[in-house]
Design a protein. Sequence first.
Length: 238
Amino acid sequence: MLFWKVDTLPLPAEISENNCCRIGNLPNRQRSVKWYSAWKRNSNSASRIEVDQFVTIDRLLEEQREAMSESSTRNAVYVGSFDPPTLGHLDIIQRGARLFDRLTVGIGINPDKLPLFTPDERIALVGEMVADLPNVDIRCFEGLSVTFARDIDAAVLLRGVRTVSDIELEFTMALTNHALAPELETVFLMASEKYSHISSTLIKQIAHMGKDLADSRLQRFVPECVVEPLLDRYRTGR
């Protein structure tokens, strides 16, 4: 039987009152503390493992950390709509790529919104932007960011913060994500000063109403590979 010593609460997610049973026939010296038996999962199926040892919560947490691949704690995900991708996005991606062993750009798909670019087009544009960053990959996803992060074995949610007004929203989002996935950490990167004013709304307005000067103006806000596709989208009426 594998016993977990519970000196501190709350119990880890793997151990709860529902899947544990109280052990009452322990030696006298062990009856003064709470002991629970728990199911231990192996890589193939859930099975009860017979062992002749007692494991404390600290030991359990240590085993959990060891079970995670060392690389997973150095994997981050940077999510957004990237519609269109901007120089501000590229700045965060480049800096994130220096901080983490692997950075996944997650392009969110919202079925309730009509995007400027299709998911495949956004993958292509971001891919061209980050072609010189070998540790960056791009994927599309639907649903919650934390679910996507778990699916790709990321340990960090990377977020860019442009202005003071962003902080309140990002703080609320970070707290919500922590409640949904406590094992994930959120890391904020302040936008570089020259990109802090860039927004997708501003870029779309320039592309739509900038007329003959739109090309040169857009180069200050989006990567060169995005300028023509963006202008073409408005020339053809989206």
